[in-house]
Design a protein around this ligand. Structure first.
Ligand code: AGP
Length: 611
């Protein structure tokens, strides 16, 4: 899940590419590099962040009107200068960047080594490039043809962009599995893994589909399939503003995105939920309502934080719609050979809409006749395009690698879906429907009060930042929130943390508890409250340090816990959209207190586009 950028046109290519790489750095930051076409091919690459590459190029002649750039998340070959992209062909005339994994690269490498090719890196990418070069030589064909032939022989996922010093006015790009968007300017074109590097230059874009190959010149964009048939580019207009991808005065994108949640949840509900009229309007749901309300089961497929949103939705959908729900890790679901019946409904939850595990899982389910309903944040992303129907979460671009505002927006969409299906199915009465509609509509107004715990949580973070382990506990709707809290802390602070159903403690994990272990309870008022009070007593009895997220006015737990974080009252079904926010802030401030890069945590990337 690397970031790729390319440019061809009248502008200076290097500054456009460098800025684009910085915008895409959340996709991978192990190394970066550029290749520029200026009376020959100039390739520069460096281990580390884009800023280190920029530093190393000060004073160099970087003039060019065409070039490619890459920021890497290492898959094959450790982070290093020699494994950084772009890679160069044996004859030094071609350079290529790649996002994805070539699964049969060892076999191809073996064939090339027999032919005398040598390799400067450990990457699958260099193998693909030299395979293309070899076809060009042996078939005496042009680069476009060689790329087409080569791609018919590779297995795996890729977006590649290749430049040729002998044809400085042309870029060749191709896609399968990894994302590629092309921005159309006046006499210029921009290529990138997503729209964020393109938005400041043009709003006219083309999303490239699997098995499509693009031939790009300053004033021409030709799309073809691997069968060499022309395809008419489908131009869409971006509805995103540059400000949305700037930090807006915050120290980090993560903190900005946490504080955006009053607006992002409101934007997610706007035009869909009207508590006064007692209506929920979601075209995707309405168009498939018969199938949704008569579904014998609903399968939710996702990864990471999106999987936690799916888990909350399991509780909500079963409670309101009385339809059994299974929540599946996409990577396991994909290879477990699950039993899928024709007409089964699969809800795919994904912020990026590009997560390979989720994408391939729903592609497989779709082949077996399942209906795919996508709950996605990135407009035009692959999952949104292969789903039969869906609902966008409208949280705006999420740049921080740790997902925050997308999670609460996912909960808002999934809860609206459940309410709509329940209303249509008659599985809840109108009194409860109206009550929950008002509870959900009230959430955006309650988030600011929750964010006011910011300063208190910064101090708490300082108190607990040196802990070696954390436990996060919750029951019912708050159990997935506990899992999410643990994931946020792991991602951002590198402290080991586990989330558990609170009652599960006594079946083993309670052995971990002593005075050095902070235990975070997500304990807002709900139908499990009495039970969670006893769980807190069990931890206190073993001298565990209890941090409890509680509902305002809860004297019982505030008299028991070492530290409490108070959030506004809300029905247990929608409370996770509030109780998760202290989890996000605690992880953020512990990461900051430890001096870590909270927007780009080590070893992670925002969108996992390889299996
Ligand atoms: C969450 O903070 C992580 N970035 C990660 O677990 C993420 O949720 C997961 O990779 C799924 O991504 P998606 O929602 O874009 O599919």
């Amino acid at each position: 899940m690397c970031g790729i950028v390319a440019y061809i046109g009248p502008k200076e290519a290097y500054p456009v590419i460098l800025k684009g790489l910085k915008r895409l750095e959340y996709r991978g930051y192990d190394s970066s590099g550029v290749a520029l076409l200026n009376s020959g091919l100039k390739v520069y690459k460096k281990k580390g962040k884009v800023a280190e590459l920029e530093e190393s190029l000060v004073g160099k002649d970087l003039h060019a009107h065409a070039g490619i750039g890459h920021t890497r998340w290492a898959t094959h070959g450790e982070p290093s200068d020699r494994n950084a992209h772009p890679h160069i062909s044996e004859n030094g005339k071609l350079a290529m960047i790649h996002n994805g994994i070539i699964e049969n690269y060892t076999q191809l490498k073996g064939e090339l080594v027999k032919k005398g090719y040598t390799f400067q890196s450990d990457t699958d990418t260099e193998v693909l490039l030299k395979f293309i070069e070899d076809i060009q030589l042996n078939n005496e064909c042009g680069l476009e043809e060689a790329v087409r032939i080569a791609l018919k022989r590779v297995t795996g996922a890729y977006v590649i962009v290749v430049i040729d010093q002998d044809h400085p006015d042309t870029l060749i790009a191709a896609r399968k599995g990894s994302p590629l968007v092309i921005g159309i300017g006046k006499g210029e074109h921009f290529l990138a893994s997503d729209a964020s590097p393109i938005i400041e230059y043009t709003k006219e874009v083309v999303y490239i589909n699997d098995y499509e190959l693009a031939i790009i010149r300053p004033d021409e964009l030709i799309l073809k399939n691997l069968g060499n048939e022309k395809i008419t580019p489908y131009i869409t207009k971006l509805d995103m503003e540059l400000a949305a991808i700037e930090k807006g005065g915050y120290d980090h994108f993560m903190l900005k995105e946490i504080f955006e949640q009053p607006h992002t949840i409101f934007d997610c509900l706007r035009g869909r939920l009207d508590a006064n009229a007692g209506t929920i309007t979601m075209a995707g749901v309405q168009n498939h309502i018969e199938q949704l309300k008569n579904a014998s089961r609903i399968i939710i497929v996702a990864c990471g934080t999106s999987w936690h949103a799916g888990l909350v939705a399991e509780y909500v959908i079963e409670e309101l719609c009385r339809i059994p729900v299974e929540v599946e890790y996409a990577s396991e679901f994909r290879y477990r050979n699950p039993v899928i019946h024709k007409g089964d409904v699969i809800i795919a939850v994904s912020q990026s809409g590009e997560t390979a595990d989720t994408l391939v899982a729903i592609e497989k389910a779709k082949e077996q006749g399942a209906t795919i309903f996508g709950v996605v944040n990135v407009v035009g992303s692959s999952i949104s395009r292969i789903s039969h129907a869906g609902a966008y979460t409208h949280a705006g671009p999420e740049i921080g690698v740790a997902s925050t505002k997308a999670f609460t927006a996912q909960l808002a969409v999934l809860t609206m879906m459940a309410l709509k299906i329940a209303q249509e199915k008659g599985s809840i009465d109108n009194k409860r429907f109206m009550y929950l509609l008002n509870e959900l509509q009230a959430i955006p107004e309650k988030v600011p009060a929750t964010l006011q715990t910011n300063e208190q949580i910064r101090k708490l973070a300082d108190k607990y930042k040196d802990a070696k382990d954390f436990l996060y506990l919750g029951r019912g709707y708050n159990f997935p929130v506990a899992l999410e809290g643990a994931l946020k802390l792991k991602e951002i602070s590198y402290i080991h943390a586990e989330g558990y159903p609170a009652a599960e403690m006594k079946h083993g994990p309670i052995a971990l508890v002593d005075e050095t272990l902070p235990v975070v309870f997500v304990a807002t008022k709900d139908s499990y409250h009495e039970k969670i009070v006893s769980n807190i007593q069990e931890i206190k009895a073993r001298k565990g340090k209890v941090i409890a997220v509680i509902t305002e006015g809860d004297e019982v737990i505030s008299n028991m816990a070492d530290d409490v974080i108070v959030v506004p009252a809300a029905d247990e079904l929608v409370a996770p959209m509030l109780s998760v926010i202290p989890m996000q802030l605690l992880a953020y401030y512990i990461g900051v207190a430890k001096g870590l890069d909270v927007d780009k945590p080590r070893n992670l990337a925002k969108s996992v586009t390889v299996e």
